[in-house]
Design a binder for this molecule. Structure first.
Ligand SMILES: C[S@@+](CC[C@H](N)C(=O)[O-])C[C@H]1O[C@@H](n2cnc3c(N)ncnc32)[C@H](O)[C@@H]1O
Length: 152
């Protein structure tokens, strides 16, 4: 299993905390790490990451995921929705982007599905709700999508 993050500090922390896990922790974005990963993956899990990057990086990630997935492979995404109350807090960067402690780009489900289609991925499951990622006293409105490579 390969686990990636664009933050070197986050990867160093994971390497220390999970030294004997057998997980191959890599610093970088998916397109940066992709050349070193054998394609044909069964699953790519992208948790609370899409809303941490600008849309250009999301598109590059989706295109890279499409290249890496096997024929029956699935991309699993969880991210903060534009309907999350946190999307109304902090400094406005754009209609979907805010700085509240740090940068977030809140995701519009239909827009994400359209970008997935543009990258050659088709959603087979999509939901948006609170209650999906409760953490302590936080209960964000979260989008979950499972997508597969589009064939033909
Ligand atoms: C909210 S944290 C989530 C971390 C972890 N995935 C989790 O579920 O706990 C968002 C993470 O996305 C990472 N990130 C932002 N842009 C990225 C990109 N283009 N590629 C990979 N990681 C990215 C940040 O470094 C940060 O660690």
């Amino acid at each position: 299993m390969v686990a990636i993050d664009a933050s070197a500090a986050a990867i160093d922390l994971c390497k220390d905390a999970h030294a004997n896990s057998g997980v191959d922790f890599r610093h970088g974005t998916l397109p940066e790490v992709a050349p070193e990963v054998e394609a044909g993956l069964d699953a790519i899990y992208c948790r609370f990451v899409l809303h941490a990057m600008p849309v250009e990086e999301e598109i590059a990630l989706l295109e890279s995921a499409r290249e890496l997935l096997g024929r029956e492979g699935r991309l699993h995404v969880e991210c903060r929705s534009i309907n999350d109350p946190m999307a109304r807090l902090g400094e406005v960067v754009s209609a979907t982007e805010r700085i509240h402690g740090h940068y977030r780009r809140f995701i519009v489900l239909d827009d994400l599905l359209a970008r997935m289609e543009g990258a050659g991925l088709s959603a087979i499951h999509a939901e948006e709700s609170a209650g999906l990622a409760v953490h302590g006293d936080e209960d964000p409105v979260v989008i979950r999508v499972v997508a597969r490579r589009r064939h033909g």
